[in-house]
Design a protein around this ligand. Sequence first.
Ligand code: NDP
Length: 398
Amino acid sequence: MNKVLIIGCGGVGTVCAVKCAQNPDVFNEIVIASRTRSKCDAVAAAIGAPNVSTDQVDADDVDQLVALLRKHQPTLVINLALPYQDLTIMEACLQCGVHYLDTANYEPRDEAHFEYSWQWAYRERFEKAGLTAILGCGFDPGVSGVYTARAAKHHFSAMHNLDIVDCNAGNHGKAFATNFNPEINIREITQRGRYYQDGKWIETEPLEIHQPLTYPEIGPRESYLMYHEELESLVLNFPTLRRARFWMTFGQEYLTHLRVIQNIGMASIEPINYNGMEIVPLQFLKAVLPNPKELGENYTGQTSIGCRISGIDKQGKPLTYYIYNNCDHHKAFEETGMQAVSYTTGVPAMVGAMMLLKGLWLKPGVHNVEEFDPDPFLDEVAKQGLPWHEIFNQDIEL
Ligand code: NDP
């Protein structure tokens, strides 16, 4: 009997719950728990299956989490709350003997700082407990790492350059909105850029480096070099890499709004005192921005996310390789009620959970996705709505 507990019921949590419910042979029982139970109830009602139930939890509180896990006794927790809750949920999983999976690495609330060290520090404890923790199993991080693992397993004897390219060519019709949690998203985009070159990390000003890249079925889009968390584990797990970078597209309108938000202090995470009340400007901004969960209905266009890799193939010849998925916002909405950014994160989270429950990705310790066999995951993720395509020896522009 497999029982999963999904914590967090935003856009990503909703997609993951819908997709788990579509696979009842693997996910025999599903519990959705979040800070606001009414949101979980609404999702469970929309799914309308007898094996889906809900609960309430403040995932910042280890004691509450432990009580929740003892009550439901799941095999696995799928953490789709915010990165702030990663460590408390991992701690509760250890106390209750439950496997763990998430889609974003831990971030302390008071510092926009992304690194795996906090979660990797749990390796020995998970290993000793015989429990598996799978880190970063959304699209990027997530499928981006599995694509890289496929390239290494099947196509390259040595990968030299890796560029993860993430394009959202969708249109939601709003002047400004973020596609996932606005607080987490703006913290990520406004930080300094960083990429890996010849064993060193090179820092840039935020969004300083950019160039047009051509995306399949979309065409050229200005793409901006940013730091992204999966680069940290990929350069360690694939040491032949000489350069590893991450690119994301932004429209001019989005960047203008972002600049204004920063210039007027609304992106700040320093608390201020307003009329006797402590307010974090970025958290207040999140409260007035459109809810990413509600963008889906009028969203048109596609996302295109993939890996462009160059190096030496298994026969010793130079090879360029591009593996990607395009996902249509409207199709994602029709299936799950959510737009493609939530969809492309929630589907891989479900597939990663499926791999663990089937025993295919079961390895005590704390692991990034590229440390597992990419083949069963990629077979399944294609069946579950995210087909992927490969292009060999064409101009990868980077
Ligand atoms: P949302 O803000 O839409 O949802 C977050 C959910 O977590 C909400 O239901 C929220 O509850 C809940 N939550 C927040 N704090 C707590 C808490 N203390 N206790 C319990 N529940 C809590 O975010 P998204 O669904 O857009 O994103 C979810 C996660 O997915 C994020 O960590 C994000 O970084 C990650 N992500 C990963 C991607 C990838 O490709 N790897 C891409 C996109 C997102 P409430 O409703 O009460 O606020």
